[in-house]
Design a protein around this ligand. Structure first.
Ligand SMILES: [Zn+2]
Ligand SMILES: [Zn+2]
Ligand SMILES: [Zn+2]
Length: 480
């Protein structure tokens, strides 16, 4: 992760009394307003349109939109959220605009104080907002907004019915936004706060657009209608009332008994529906939930309930960001028996110490690394690239035994520890698997596999760092 780049402004370097940053560089609040304001505090810049600022290079800590129409505000905030200033607060003087990309209604004085607090949180993390992956961006956005929640909006055109506009704008594509949302929830980096609604999703395609239709429980015809029914006491026949009507009065269509007195000859059962196709009479129709997106026919109980909530950054998510974000949970190649790096090293150290007394108890160590992961993502898109990395992870998991351990190496690599087994054998099987992978045409995956065997490949009294360095030194393009 790169450290923040130094950005200098053209203006003087004196520290304004309004700023309280541990830096000599001045930061500004940008006031976007069509009207020329009166006297402004020193660290407020006034512009009539966001374009010049967004495309410029200014040390700023926030924006205030004043006197703009709602459409102009929405346009300005979208532009800012897609710019290098994506993380900074954008306040408005308009109490009615509920656009989730905005940071609420504030006066100039309130905006300055609130934006400065966020700026201090941002500086305290020592992250470069421009160098972050999209999932890290979403986390950082929430981190500096402390108690604020990511609010979903109802969008009938969206497959899942609800969208999180902040995640959408930071992800750029709807596909990536969906993957990231699922991933961040699965990792419990984002957690639900307030439950707002519940949708039912198609078990085949995840669409939250089921179309419910009631059908005959016997023949599934949709030609059913509500009807009064009669029950003949003589033969037990149950049928629509219309079937019993004849010019000479009520006759059972099955046994021809004349039905005169309710409670004596017949009664009215609870049945409410009749099927025109098969003449079945029933109380409750069967409900089918047809998916409007993929066309699959499901039963309502097959739909997957999905709670729609506001989301907040979890304590774990905050810790991840503070520890530098490029962390265990950010690895893109995950396998079974995955452990954190410290535990992995400890296990190797323990094995080395056992081996000193029992030289026959050895282990293998394999380092696997995808060298051109970034290129693959650029060539075939993040969605297909991550699916490919998942496939590789799955195949590696299949090769592993229960006693093997794995931990991350960089963002697209793995260390694999193989107690009492051959690293070379594992490496060869892994090479075999990579050659049979179904890889999208445009991409050519370049992976490297290095291995060593203990005690054969090491000198006595070696340390865990020496052992691991022996392999990591061979890596062509270090990504960690
Ligand atoms: Zn009858
Ligand atoms: Zn029927
Ligand atoms: Zn579907």
């Amino acid at each position: 992760m790169k450290s923040p780049e130094t950005k200098m402004t053209a203006s003087d370097e004196s520290v304004s009394s309004m700023t309280s940053f541990p830096t000599s560089k001045r930061f500004f609040l940008v006031l976007i307003s069509p009207d020329k304001p009166g006297q402004l505090p020193e660290n407020v810049i006034h512009v009539t349109d966001q374009t010049a600022v967004v495309e410029g290079n200014i040390n700023l800590f926030g924006f205030l939109l004043q006197g703009l129409s709602e459409a102009e505000q929405n346009k300005a905030v979208s532009h800012i959220r897609q710019s290098q200033y994506w993380v900074h607060p954008v306040y408005t003087d308009n109490t009615n605009n509920k656009n989730p990309l905005l940071d609420g209604h504030k006066t100039l004085v309130e905006a300055m104080s609130s934006a400065q607090q966020m700026q201090e949180l941002l500086i305290s993390l020592k992250l470069d907002p421009q160098a972050l992956q999209t999932d890290e961006k979403i986390m950082l956005y929430q981190y500096i907004r402390e108690q604020s929640e990511l609010r979903p909006v109802l969008d009938r055109n969206s497959k899942r019915l609800y969208r999180y506009p902040v995640i959408d704008v930071l992800s750029k594509t709807e596909e990536l936004a969906d993957i990231l949302l699922i991933d961040l929830l699965k990792r419990q980096t984002l957690i639900p706060r307030t439950l707002l609604d519940r949708t039912r999703e198609c078990p085949h395609c995840g669409s939250a657009h089921p179309h419910f239709i009631d059908v005959c429980p016997q023949c599934e015809s949709i030609e059913i209608h509500k009807t009064a029914a009669l029950h003949c006491f003589t033969c037990g026949h149950v049928g629509p009332e219309t079937d019993f009507q004849s010019p000479s009065g009520m006759l059972c269509p099955q046994c021809n008994t004349r039905l005169r007195h309710i409670g004596v000859d017949y009664d009215r059962p609870l049945t409410q529906y009749a099927c025109q196709s098969c003449h079945h009479i029933f109380i409750e129709p069967k409900i089918r939930a047809n998916c409007l997106d993929c066309g699959s026919e499901n039963l309502p109980e097959q739909l997957i309930p999905h709670d729609i909530s506001t989301l907040v950054l979890s304590v774990q998510g905050r810790m991840l960001l503070r520890s530098g974000a490029s962390n265990e949970s950010f690895t893109n190649v995950k396998t079974s028996n995955y452990v954190v790096g410290a535990y992995f090293r400890q296990t190797i150290a323990w094995s080395l110490s056992i081996q000193e007394r029992h030289p026959d108890i050895g282990f293998g160590l394999v380092l696997f690394n995808i060298q051109n992961a970034q290129e693959i993502i650029e060539q075939i898109g993040a969605l297909r690239a991550y699916a490919l990395f998942d496939e590789i992870s799955l195949r590696i998991s299949e090769l592993q035994r229960d006693s093997d351990l794995a931990t991350r190496f960089g963002e697209y690599g793995l260390w694999i520890f193989l107690p009492m087994s051959s690293a070379e054998g594992f490496a060869n099987r892994l090479k075999g698997i990579l050659s049979t992978l179904n890889i999208p045409q445009q991409s050519n995956i370049q992976a490297e596999i290095h291995s060593l065997q203990c005690p054969q490949d090491i000198i006595p009294k070696t340390t865990v760092n020496d052992v691991m360095a022996k392999l990591s030194k061979k890596v062509q393009k270090h990504v960690g």
